[in-house]
Design a protein around this ligand. Structure first.
Ligand code: FES
Length: 159
């Protein structure tokens, strides 16, 4: 009976009941109502950067698409899809909001966003789930690199 009382205040409890943790309300909000999810493959030309990464820790995959306004150098749209867990979903949902709010983040600033920044906005993650926030962070960097590569190719064609 006493054990049940303890479990009531936890979001996740391991099968052997030795581990348990709580998610912040912000994490739960972004997990249950993820922002900017890209369920269908985007149309050609809809985005100008895409990045995909897998986590060696758990084999999960994250893909992020970005639409950058080349004149302003700002991210106007950021969508994503993952096969990751609740923490990866919440982290990437938050990341997609962070880089597109207030007219869009400059790509030079977006490159500096760290998992620590995402965790701060989420109100933290359980220690064993922190690596999940790295998936979105790495996929965003890969998408920015892809955007830069595409821009260089475009500029070379114009010359
Ligand atoms: Fe693999 Fe969270 S993304 S455990």
């Amino acid at each position: 009976m006493k054990n049940k009382m303890v479990l009531k205040n936890k979001d996740v409890v391991s099968e052997d009941k030795k581990e348990s943790w709580l998610y912040s309300d912000t994490v739960k909000d972004h997990f249950f109502r993820p922002r900017n999810v890209q369920l269908k493959d985007p149309k050609s030309g809809e985005f100008n950067g895409v990045g995909m990464v897998g986590s060696p820790a758990c084999g999960d995959v994250m893909i992020i698409w970005i639409k950058v306004d080349p004149k302003a150098g700002r991210i106007k749209k950021c969508t994503w899809r993952t096969f990751g867990c609740a923490s990866a979903i919440a982290s990437t949902s938050m990341l997609s909001v962070m880089v597109t709010r207030q007219g869009g983040m400059k790509i030079t600033d977006a490159e500096k966003v760290t998992p620590k920044d995402i965790l701060k906005e989420l109100g933290g993650l359980p220690a064993r789930k922190i690596h999940c926030s790295v998936l979105g962070d790495q996929a965003l960097r890969a998408a920015i690199e892809d955007y830069k590569r595409n821009l260089n190719i475009k500029n070379q064609k114009v010359k």
